[in-house]
Design a protein around this ligand. Structure first.
Ligand code: ADP
Ligand code: MG
Length: 330
């Protein structure tokens, strides 16, 4: 079946029919606006991310389910980076008229499977036709006590710099996909990144991070945002940047700088945060309980920008620092 046969309202009904009712949603899909409850005393955290065909995804390289999962995951990651608990989300779609309904069914299935894993509920959105490619916009609402919300601006000189999981896998996976490969852990990380929601929430509830961000544009670019907003500098030890077994296994096929992908690759959706050295053990134990690795990669300094030290102690000069949508060198 084609979308044109189903129609806008048929499609909205089809989506609404798959949503499980959840506590807190007083009015969901079907009215002019949704009405939801927030926990008394908590601040709402609201974030939006758009994914466009040809820029963020290529329909030839992903299946609809994982595209649905990733569309929500990248937004959940932003709530995680604030230390929040995600609760509700909106889905806006601009759809090419010839998109098969099967594709949309798979997309919604994937999206709602990710929603189920993190207890978030679809409460509305918007649907329109696209004269170009597919455009997906997701808005997530989360919440946290105002004093527990973690921003980018609280890093202090002397804080350690921590990163969850490993870096560079997603960018490696994208290279593999572009080379015609279809399976493997790096490809999985690129197509279906797990948002670190439980980790961000647990860290915030324990009062550990002074500043936090999710690594979406690449380590150097995202750490740069923390440094700029906090008015501090940093020294990163290249040797300590966490790499997966898969990444190390493929490192020799990477032409040029082997650190390019871990430092600037982007889309890893790991959490990058700063915390006083006294919190190192607590942070490690907390993440270990959640089954996710944690690595100290450097330290915050009073000034001096971002310095990366290579294994031999020399200054490392990366070729470029991260993804920028309007740059001509991507
Ligand atoms: P309006 O014309 O008032 O904007 P719509 O016809 O766009 O209303 O939407 C009707 C209902 O369907 C609203 O509750 C809206 O939030 C919901 N909705 C529309 N598109 C989507 C979508 N893609 N996913 C989930 N809910 C949607
Ligand atoms: Mg509308």
């Amino acid at each position: 079946m084609k979308l044109s046969e189903l129609g806008e309202f048929g499609l909205i009904d089809r989506i609404a029919g798959q949503v499980t009712p959840m506590p807190g949603v007083r009015i969901g899909i079907g009215d002019d606006a949704a009405a939801v409850d927030c926990t008394p005393g908590f601040s709402s955290l609201v974030t939006s991310d758009m994914l466009t065909e040809g820029i963020h995804f290529d329909l030839g390289l992903c299946d609809p389910e994982t595209l649905g999962r990733k569309s929500l995951a990248v937004n959940l990651s932003d709530i995680a980076a604030m230390g929040g608990r995600p609760r509700y989300f909106l889905l806006s779609l601009a759809l090419p008229r010839d998109l098969p309904v099967d594709f949309l069914d798979g997309f919604i299935r994937g999206l709602l499977s990710m929603a189920g894993e993190f207890d978030v509920t679809l409460i509305g959105g918007d649907t329109c036709a696209s004269a170009g490619g597919l455009v997906i916009s997701v808005t997530v609402m989360g919440e946290q006590l105002p004093e527990r919300v973690i921003t980018r601006s609280g890093a202090q000189p002397g804080d350690l710099i921590f990163v969850t999981g490993t870096l560079g896998d997603s960018a490696l996976g994208l290279r593999h996909l572009r080379n015609g490969e279809r399976t493997g852990p790096a490809i999985r990380k690129h197509l279906d990144p797990p948002p670190r929601v439980r980790e961000g929430l647990a860290l915030a509830e324990a009062g550990i991070p002074t500043a936090m961000i999710d690594v979406s544009d690449g380590l150097l670019a995202d750490l740069g945002h923390i440094l700029e907003r906090s008015g501090v500098g940093a020294v990163i030890d290249l040797n300590r940047v966490p790499l997966s077994g898969c990444f190390l296994g493929h490192r020799s096929d990477l032409e040029g700088d082997p650190y390019l992908l871990p430092l600037a690759g982007g889309e890893d959706y790991e959490l990058l945060f700063t915390a006083p050295p006294l919190q190192e053990n607590a942070a490690g134990e907390l993440l270990a309980r959640l089954g996710v690795g944690l690595t100290v990669i450097g330290e915050i300094t009073a000034s001096g920008g971002l310095k990366v030290v290579a294994a031999d102690g020399s200054d490392y000069q990366p070729a470029f620092s991260g993804y920028n949508h309007f740059s001509s060198v991507n």
